[in-house]
Design a protein around this ligand. Sequence first.
Ligand code: GLC
Length: 640
Amino acid sequence: MVPDQSPDVHDELFELRLERWLPDCEAGLRSVYRPEEMAPLLAAVESVLRGAHAKRRPSLRRLDQRRALRPDWFQRPDMLGYAAYTERFAGDLAGVQDALGYLEELGVTYLHLLPLLTPRPGDSDGGYAVADYRRVRPDLGSNDDLASLADTLHVRGMSLCVDLVLNHVAREHDWAQRARAGEERYRRFFRLFPDRAGPDAYEATLPEVFPDFAPGSFTFDEELDAWAWTTFNSWQWDVDWSNPDVFVAYLEVVCHLANLGVDVLRLDAIAFLWKRLGTACQNEPEVHDLTQALRAALRVAAPGVLLKAEAIVGPRDLMPYLGTGRHHGRVSDLAYHNSLMVQVWSMLASRDVRLTVHALRQFDPAPTTTSWLTYVRCHDDIGWAVDDGDATAVGLDGHAHRGFLSDFYCGGFPGSFGRGLVFQHNEATGDRRISGTAASLAGLDAALELPDGPARAAALDSVVARLLLTHAVVMGFGGIPVLWSGDELALRDDPGWADETGHADDNRWAHRPRLPWVRNVLGECVDDRVDPSTVTGQVFGGMRRLARARRGLPQLHAAWGTEVLDPPDPGVLALLRRHPEGPMLGLYNVTERTVHVTGWLLGLHGLSDCVDRLSGERVLVSDADSVELAPYATRWLAAG
Ligand code: GLC
């Protein structure tokens, strides 16, 4: 008998992927690096990929194959995300394992754990100042605990996202330490300037990210004897992506995380990667070339793993993160829909959808192989990314509207229900970003300021309705909706947020609360999510209903686009999702008025006999009839 000489099937697949994806990777790299840098760079990339392939666990290889057979796995309507800090959600990684039942109860299938790699000691910007990409934060668990959590999630049909902070490292990271020690190779990992000439030239056009507690974008470091580029805090050093060694170093990190079992890498602050004199140093084309190269390389080593762009930029700059022009469908698989998030709060404050309609219509359809990540809010502040042109087009002044939104959500506008906090008031531009949990922004604190009685009860009903409406918009838009931990329980801003060491000047900690059932362990709080007489119970139950209805609506598959219809009323957002199985019409009343939508709108889209998939109610209307929307009501209309 002739022994079987055929190569291992996984090795063969690896070679095929190399053949398929390396040209894509190379094209991205060629747009960025000098011709003479290419040969050693490509050799290094291939060697990293071969090494990573050799180490990929059999269970992950099987998952890769499953995903190759179902490439739209992340676009399907059963995707529902949940984002949390491990310790604030469940103590540590073992605690997260124990809490998976809770997430399943909500319908969650995608878990984003905020930075969990070893950060610098002391203040670390919530872990966004990474000192060691190779090691999980010891107080959260070990690398093995992370791998084991990933395996459990996969068995339960869930996926795991972690942050890849790739614009900067902590001053304490090995690369930075070596740079400080004078090693030339590592000095070249950073953008260093001997004097203020360079920083001054760049700062002429650079916006400040943290003007309040970290003004400027450069920091002089005695040990370096140079100015380091520090877009964020003084101890977060921007790396220099124009150095090909930096690309290879991050590719190694990417492969390491993928091989631990991470399914989605969140590309933190991706917009800032490339610096160009005379610009804002955000959204430069090289950012997309580099993403294309990283993604193509990842497709070779760990084809089931996705990239997610965290680009919190203006609406006109957002689409390229899912790919436009030569990058169409070749960059990140997922991107935060920052613009939709801002518009949700804008509609709620102004009780008017016309700006939103105009703004959303400016977006080209996303590549059909990608997905937006939709959200009501996240662990960061809300910056009012309202485009001046969009505002003007609907008769608003952009600056004034942004000012109104800040006033409204910090409770400074007469009659406002928002009770958020002003984050980073920029004296130069007048910008005021806002911190706050969804419940605090949607009026829970304001309602509780009222004396016990009918007025308070009515205000609480409105809060519940607003929270469900805002989440319905993001769950009914198409893409992966992600809930921010605590919002499903209507948690308010944490009153003790400033007490923790290093947090006092960063009020984003106000909206990163610890979960009540974690607090329960400490004997502080009672969990009433299952009690429908409470605000918490109503919100939790409502979110579960939204998730359940969403799962049954094929129209919400991310490959299909959202059509933003002419509003049937200035207070009603109407979103149409066409699909071969029939359309879905989402109607969202952003006001506290009862609104009637004419029956012909439904008839026009073949929905004069349909079902509201949220309530289960059959809707039968003629052109002359109307559909009623209670204050803040949502209707998801589709065939029964
Ligand atoms: C991202 C994170 C934010 C952090 C910043 C710097 O925007 O979401 O929390 O401060 O990057 O890493």
